[in-house]
Every structure is written in structure tokens, then in C-alpha cells.
Write a protein that binds this ligand. Sequence first.
Ligand code: HEC
Ligand code: HEC
Length: 298
Amino acid sequence: MAIGGILPLAIGVGSSAVWFPVTGERISIAHGSDLFQHHCKRCHSNDASRQDGMGPSLAKIGQVAATRVAGMSAEQYLWESIVFPDRFKAVEDGQMPNGYDAILSNRELKDLVAYLSSLGSSPNFRNVIGLADAPQTRQATDGLTLKLTNIENGRQLFTETFQCQSCHGWGEHFAGQDLAAPSLNGVGLMGRDWLTTSIRDPSKQIAKKYRSVQCLTEDGDTHVGRLLSQDDARIELLSQDASGKYHIRKLKRDELVEIRDGSEVLIRDTSPMPAWTSQQMSDSQLDDIVSFLLTLRD
Ligand code: HEC
Ligand code: HEC
């Protein structure tokens, strides 16, 4: 990998880290990549061939970031996008969570910026080292007071009464479970209003990656599911049978009927997540579930 703009006294450590003996700082792209997997991947793809989640693909963000704001370096733009997400609007729809400066240390923020600026480009380590310290405003917790009894009740409603964890992984229970529904780790940063809408009216803000599509075969069968992959010959769907079990179905394109504008795939605008009305889930139950979700900030 080509490394641009290293300070004279920087020493390369392997291919993905540099160490600055004068300041004692060590910047690690590999560590930034781990942080990305943990905190960001549920919304952002880093692979051009994959569908996006709630946020835009960051597959080439190192290159794109340099062009976003005239006179601002890619590294500075990336840092501000994470620490002050309200400053820029990259795409019209969707909301980037607030409060990563309360969760990530300054060192972690720098590693993350170094990793992002390596996507489609080469990081300028001098710019990474020069980034300011985050203000640590802890926006995510500002004005947030939660009662333990509400959180505990919410946890019980989530795991037992409404069986949300039959689809969603969270906390220790995540175990890579995000095939049918997103892991809810980190979702607490989204705030109360966003979470309330996600549960009462999930079709208003659908994670693109989990959209359902519909296909019709020549013999009249309709198939609905999450689009896992498609090429010229086949379409792969993840669908649920009547007993709730998930299956991967492979459909041959030449056995499908054209549904709309030359396409055999119809993207549904309803979320696969069930909407809970106030008859099924009272306002106070919803508030408690949201209180519990607000604690999932990491
Ligand atoms: C809940 C979904 C979500 C999560 C989690 C999330 N983001 Fe975002 N992000 C978005 C959305 C939506 C946008 C576009 C709207 C905007 O720019 O504010 C965005 C925009 C961005 C941009 C600007 C992209 C551009 O093209 O200019 C960057 C950079 C970014 N996010 C980085 C991150 C990083 C790093 C993390 C993890 C620490 C992260 N995001 C976590 C939803 C998310
Ligand atoms: C049948 C499976 C299923 C069940 C049960 C389910 N969900 Fe979901 N949920 C999904 C899917 C799929 C998505 C992603 C699509 C979307 O954004 O609407 C989602 C999205 C969400 C989101 C938005 C997360 C994000 O990052 O986009 C939240 C919050 C959420 N669900 C909470 C809940 C809660 C709380 C319950 C229980 C009351 C629940 N879900 C039950 C399937 C389910």
C-alpha cells in the first residue's frame, strides 16, 4: 500500500500501522477496520458489491471525502462526519447517529479515520495525527435519564413478551446473528423518536439491506424474502415459511415472470419487521422497550 504524507520521523509497523516516535502516537488501520466492523458496518457497506444498510456505501470514501468540502482534507471531513454528524448531509434520507465521541477515544477516532481514508485512496498520516481531540460532548447521553425499572421491564418485554430477539441479535446474544434482521447493538445512539418510529411504523425508515422483494414464477408461485444476491442467471432469497423457519431459495431468472419495467424483482415498500399498533403494544410498554434499546449504545 502506498502511504502518502508521512512525517519524517514515522516508522512503518507492518503494512497497516505507523508509529511516530516523537509524539509516541501509533496509528493502526487494522484497528480502525475492527472498529468499523463493530460500530459502523450495520449501516455502511465497505464493499462496492454489497447492498447498503441505512447509510451510504463507504467503499470509496477515502477518495470521495477529499472532494466533499472545498479546502478540507479527506481526513478532516471524515473526522467531522463522525464527531459532528449534523454538519454535513451526504444523502437526503437517513440519520447518522450522534455521540460517537462519547464511545470512541481520540486514538480510536484516528485509527477509524485512517482506515476510512484508505478505502479507495491512501491515508495521509500527517493529517490523521493533526486531527484535534474530540470535544467529548457526550451528546448521546445529554438529557437522557432512564429509570432502572423501565429498562428492566423493557428488557423483559423485548426478550419475552414480544420475542424481539427471535429476529434481532443484541449484546452478548449477537453471535453474528444478522441474517434476517439487523443486530441492535449501537442502536441506542439513534435517540428516542427514531426508535419509537422504528417500532410503531417500521416502513417509514427501512434498512435497505433488509428490504423484502417479491418474485413471481411462471407456474404462479409468489416468493417473498430478503434479496441475498442476484446475477444474470439466478436470484437468491432468504424467506420464512409458515412455521417461522428461514430458508434460502434459489430462483432461475428465466423461470420468473417480469413484474415491473423489465425487472423480475419487485422491491416492497413495507418493512419485514412487524408494526406494533397501540392495541398490541401500549404506549408505556413501547416507552419501556425504547428505554431498554437506548442502553444499547456500544
Ligand atoms: C444507524 C445507521 C448508521 C450508523 C451505525 C453509522 N452511520 Fe454513518 N451515516 C449514516 C447515514 C444515514 C449517513 C448519510 C446522512 C448524513 O450524511 O448525515 C451517514 C453518513 C456517514 C458519512 C459521510 C459519507 C459521505 O459520503 O460523505 C461517514 C464518513 C460516515 N457516515 C461514517 C460512519 C462511521 C465511521 C460510523 C461508525 C463509527 C458510522 N458512520 C455509523 C448512517 C449510519
Ligand atoms: C420478524 C422479524 C422481526 C421481529 C419479530 C422484530 N423485528 Fe425489528 N426489524 C426486523 C427487520 C427485518 C428490520 C430491518 C428492516 C427495517 O429497517 O425496517 C428491523 C428493524 C428494527 C429496528 C431498526 C434497526 C436499524 O438499525 O435499522 C429496530 C429499532 C427494531 N427493529 C426493533 C424491534 C423491536 C423492539 C422488536 C420487538 C418489539 C422487533 N424489532 C421485532 C425484523 C424484526
